[in-house]
Design a protein around this ligand. Structure first.
Ligand code: NAD
Length: 482
């Protein structure tokens, strides 16, 4: 059994580690071996209430703390995360299954939100303007919204939390965090660093639970809560938006994706395959931004497919803690089962397996890196998020217009990728793609300095950039007889 680095397992409420009211705990499992690596406190509604009291009590002081002071605390969190990069990365790999290189990249990315928002905290700009009719002034400023609820998924157990916590704290809010049940350890490990950096007690509260629905629902109906920020599936996001309506809460949502990856005729094949490897295989495809479906022009399709298959076949599969492995275990059996079902569905409709296409026998939930060719347009894999290491390729004979039509034919709108030898053509296409983010000749969009988010059923609002902090603020207009 692999040794978990030291990591708290209790509830983090009001700056203390607390045993849960119920006395119960739940198992956290290494998906690559099936072994229990920790038992984590199972928070209930009483614990949720205690956390809300703490967050509400901490709000007046934290929101009145000078932005520069808040900024210095956030900067220190960044430094501590980088200092503890190795143990934090190991915790991610052990609870999530991804390879160590991906976990290290996640810790750096997660930490960067604290650095970026330490800078943004001091840039809460407002405005003063003359009323058009004269006689008075329009003064606009932004104030922290209050106590916020943050619900995060298992696929980036550190970064999906810090992408919310850092801007919320920069804005002056206090937070209630509910991490995913399969991967609560990364958030708990962060709590100690927050305290060490000087985040006052009650500002951040973390309550893992097996009763997500009941706990979050209680929070959303507490009059002290003003916002719920959620990252996860569209189905759960829709439920939370409905529940949030009762108190008219603000609801930033980062939901599911179905990213198209377009390779236009004439594109540089090596560059496109480099990008495809990142867009598809980062996190074994368990990313909302993962390229879900590939559309290649008729002239470039054969060369792109051949090179992509070669690169996918060369990947080494195995436990994420072994530095030689590039493909770790998927997070659980239902996730792997769905991946296999979507592959079998495509094959039954005429798709060809060009590499992979099978579960890896033995412990864990490993799935072979897979490329499917000649995928017909009615295959489920082109419509549903595969969340695994499978790349379905569609040959497009109708040129650029057909590609745009295929790409936009989805209720999702998070990320799209396109490769073109002609940058002007790429930029024009990017404007026509109905997605919140478009990568042009790149395989990666995530950056704390950029506004991350989707359109259509992929979400509401943005995380990262200046927009990310404004999600946690209310605009206040003061009308002044000058
Ligand atoms: P999920 O929706 O099942 O769970 C997300 C979180 O919600 C977890 O903490 C879970 O415990 C909690 N939850 C589940 N049911 C709930 C309920 N009824 N009330 C309150 N909370 C509830 O999603 P997941 O399987 O953890 O993550 C995968 C999904 O997340 C994919 O669809 C992926 O695309 C999406 N995702 C989106 C982004 C983005 O930025 N857009 C980023 C990462 C993941």
């Amino acid at each position: 059994m692999h040794q978990l680095p030291p990591c708290p397992t209790q509830l983090y409420i009001d700056g203390e580690w607390r045993t849960p009211h119920s006395g119960r705990s739940f198992d956290v499992v290494d998906p690559a071996t099936g072994e229990v690596i920790a038992q984590v406190a199972d928070g209930d509604l009483n614990d949720g209430q205690a956390a809300t009291h703490a967050a509400a009590a901490a709000l007046p002081d934290w929101s009145a703390t000078p932005p520069r002071t808040r900024a210095e605390v956030l900067r220190k969190v960044h430094a501590l995360m980088i200092e503890r990069l190795e143990p934090l990365a190991k915790i991610i790999t052990l609870e999530n299954g991804k390879p160590l290189a991906d976990s290290r990249a996640e810790v750096r990315y997660a930490a960067e939100f604290f650095r970026w928002y330490s800078e943004e905290a001091c840039r809460n700009l407002g405005s003063v303007s003359h009323a058009p009719a004269g006689g008075y002034r329009i003064l606009v400023q932004h104030q922290p919204i209050g106590v916020v609820v943050l619900v995060t998924p298992w696929n980036f157990p550190a970064a999906m939390g810090t992408r919310k916590i850092a801007p919320a704290l920069a804005a002056g809010c206090t937070v209630l965090v509910k991490p995913a049940g399969m991967t609560p350890l990364s958030m708990l490990a962060l709590a100690d660093l927050l305290a060490e950096a000087g985040v006052p007690k009650g500002v951040v509260n973390i309550v893992p639970t097996t009763k997500s629905g009941a706990l979050v629902d209680m929070w959303l109906h507490d009059p002290r809560v003003r916002l719920v920020s959620f990252t996860g599936s569209t189905e759960v996001g829709q439920k939370l938006i409905k529940a949030a309506a009762d108190q008219v809460l603000k609801t930033p949502m980062e939901l599911g994706g179905n990213a198209p990856f377009l390779v236009l005729d004439g594109a540089n094949v090596k560059d496109a395959v480099d990008g495809a490897m990142i867009a598809k295989m980062r996190n074994m495809g368990e990313a909302c931004t993962a390229a879900n479906r590939f559309y290649a022009g008729d002239a470039v399709c054969d060369a792109f497919t051949a090179e992509f298959v070669k690169r996918m076949q060369a990947l080494r599969i195995g436990h994420g803690l072994d530095e030689n492995n590039q493909v770790g275990s998927l997070v659980d059996e239902p996730t792997r089962k769905k991946v296999d079902e979507l592959v079998q569905d495509a094959v039954s409709r005429g798709a060809k397996i060009l590499c992979g296409g099978k579960k890896v026998p033995g412990p864990g939930h490993f799935y072979e890196p897979t490329v499917l060719g000649d995928v017909p347009l009615d295959a489920r894999i082109l419509k549903e998020e595969v969340f695994g290491p499978v790349a379905p390729i569609v040959r497009v004979k109708g040129g650029v217009e057909a590609m745009v039509k295929h790409a936009n034919d989805t209720e999702y709108g998070l990320t799209a990728y396109l490769y073109s030898a002609d940058l002007a053509q790429g930029l024009k296409l990017a404007e026509r793609l109905e997605f919140g983010m478009v990568a042009v000749n790149r395989g990666l969009v995530s950056d704390p300095a950029a506004p991350f988010g989707g359109v259509k059923q992929s979400g509401l609002g943005r995380e990262g950039a200046a927009e990310g902090m404004h999600e946690y603020m209310e605009t206040k207009y003061i009308s002044v007889a000058w």
